[in-house]
Design a protein around this ligand. Structure first.
Ligand SMILES: Nc1ncnc2c1ncn2[C@@H]1O[C@H](COP(=O)(O)OP(=O)(O)O)[C@@H](O)[C@H]1O
Ligand SMILES: [Mg+2]
Length: 494
């Protein structure tokens, strides 16, 4: 016994919100699902004064309709629903088209059926091959014109010629293509639609002028994404019953594919769009490191470091050297994960480290025992410790290392000076005194501030310079050792 009847007029009213082009899309995709090589579509006004248009869609599929009752049976088990590479599944589209027709006829190899004001009639008509749909549909001039425009958005399979009002619909050359695993929906052996993950061909195209980026299912536009490129998926996508949308997660997955394949063509404008952010945010883990680097380059510039809470001065050093300092809040957690995995942004402490008395990997410096210091080294260290004590008011101890791989000439921690013979060179210890005082003032500045770029540091340097002059005048004996040594024998440089 039959459970349902369909109110055709009610169904037609529900469809009023859809653009009439859906009629063309439904009928054309049915022909594309068959072994068709040529489809001829015409849409013309019925007569000079008529409010109706006549639509015909004719294909040359040798088999025609296998079961013509499918033309009028809503949700009959479509033979295509288990096949991921065919568009049909609901056995609905054609009936929606019929709901909008004043009258219609389908003639195929297996028979013919007519629909008019008196109902449905089967007839003896037959075709040798292929099927033809003819429908009379109420349409305004604007609707007809829009159909003509929208039909040009179709991307015909490259083995089927589709002609609309005598003009072939253009084939499109992808700018990129490949295979990717994507969610799809296909029927299991009992006919129940199931979600599955499946490899599919994916093609990317440049939108034509006036077009907006759109997601396609095997050449049929599904939803306008507004992205930079069209993406055409060559298998069933998880469509809603209206065939005009997919879940947001599917859109992000497709965006990630486009982003990954097209990274070399991205612009600064692209990286600030929602589609790139969406792909990066949701699928950062699947993007290639090259893509992540490219996006990061465009977003933050090629010179960039992340804010490093473990080395505050490194952050300032980075900025002073022209790096963009990227703070945590500039990206989401997922984006940071992707960026870290790709090594696209390093912490400031690794790029512009502040001077520290140990190697970046934490290994301590190898020190030269005091007994092995050259006389000039001892002389300079004694001088620095004596003068330093006067300048900062505390005892200063000194280590000397000879490590050319440690990238600093000297460092200063509270009361402790480290000199790197490996970076300074023994000549430094020979004078002139100007250079020695220069280094001493700089290092002692760190007694008051660790941060080279702070005003505290700057003020301390000024104060230390002034104090040094006072010392020379008031305690000249402190300078005797160096005056008597080699240090002033070279003329002052500046
Ligand atoms: N041009 C055509 N040639 C052969 N069969 C067709 C044609 N148009 C429609 N059909 C048949 O009508 C039905 C349409 O259902 P289908 O396309 O699977 O549903 P939907 O498009 O609603 O998801 C299928 O059984 C299909 O075989
Ligand atoms: Mg269909």
């Amino acid at each position: 016994m039959k459970w349902f009847d369909v109110d055709k007029a009610g169904l037609a009213k529900l469809l009023a919100k859809r653009g009439k082009e859906f009629i063309l899309f439904e009928l054309i995709q049915n022909t594309w699902d068959e072994a068709t090589t040529k489809v001829i579509v015409t849409l013309v006004r019925e007569g000079p004064k008529s409010r109706n248009a006549v639509l015909t869609v004719e294909d040359d599929n040798p088999n025609g309709f296998v079961d013509l009752t499918h033309a009028f049976t809503l949700f009959a088990e479509s033979t295509k629903k288990a096949n991921a590479e065919k568009r049909g599944r609901f056995n609905l589209g054609e009936k929606l088209v019929l709901a909008l027709c004043e009258e219609a006829e389908i003639v195929s190899t297996t028979g013919a059926v007519r629909f008019d004001k008196d109902g449905r009639h089967t007839s003896r008509k037959r075709r040798e091959r292929g099927s033809i749909f003819t429908g009379v549909i109420r349409m305004t001039d604007e609707e007809m014109q829009r159909c003509g425009e929208m039909v040009q958005c179709l991307i015909p399979p490259d083995n089927i010629i589709t002609i609309y009002n005598d003009q072939p619909i253009a084939f499109r050359k992808p700018v990129s293509w490949g295979e990717k695993s994507l969610p799809t929906e296909i029927a299991d052996s009992e006919g129940f639609m199931r979600k599955r993950q499946r490899m599919a061909r994916v093609e990317i195209y440049d939108p034509q002028p006036g077009e907006f980026g759109t997601l396609y299912e095997m050449g049929i536009p599904v939803v306008e994404t507004g992205d930079r490129w069209h993406v055409n998926v060559f298998q069933k996508v998880p469509l809603n019953l209206d065939r005009d949308n997919v879940p947001p997660s599917f859109i992000s997955a497709v965006r990630a594919i486009a982003l990954d394949w097209m990274h070399a063509s991205l612009t600064v404008d692209d990286v600030n769009t929602t589609w790139v952010k969406d792909a990066f945010q949701k699928h950062g883990d699947k993007l290639s490191p090259v893509t992540i680097n490219q996006v990061t380059d465009l977003r933050f510039g090629p010179k960039r470091v992340s804010f490093d809470p473990s080395d505050p001065e490194a952050n300032q050093l980075a900025v002073s050297q022209g790096f963009t300092l990227v703070h945590g809040g500039s990206m989401s957690g997922q984006e940071w994960d992707a960026v870290r995995r790709a090594g696209a942004i390093l912490p400031a402490g690794q790029v512009t480290p502040s001077p520290k008395p140990y190697h970046p990997d934490g290994t301590p410096l190898t020190l030269i025992p005091r007994a092995q210091w050259a006389p000039a080294v001892t002389l300079v260290v004694n001088y620095m410790e004596t003068i330093g004590r006067q300048l900062v008011g505390t005892q200063i101890s000194t280590d000397v290392t000879n490590d050319p791989t440690w990238p600093f000439r000297a460092t200063y921690g509270p009361g402790h000076l480290t000199l790197n013979l490996g970076a300074l060179g023994i000549e430094f210890f020979m004078g002139p005194l100007t250079e020695i005082n220069h280094l001493l003032i700089h290092e002692l500045g760190h007694h008051f501030s660790g941060n080279h770029l702070s005003s505290d540091f700057h003020e301390s340097l000024c104060r230390l310079g002034a104090k040094l002059a006072d010392l020379v005048l008031n305690m000249p004996h402190l300078f005797k050792s160096v005056v008597n040594g080699l240090l002033v024998s070279t003329p002052m440089a500046h």
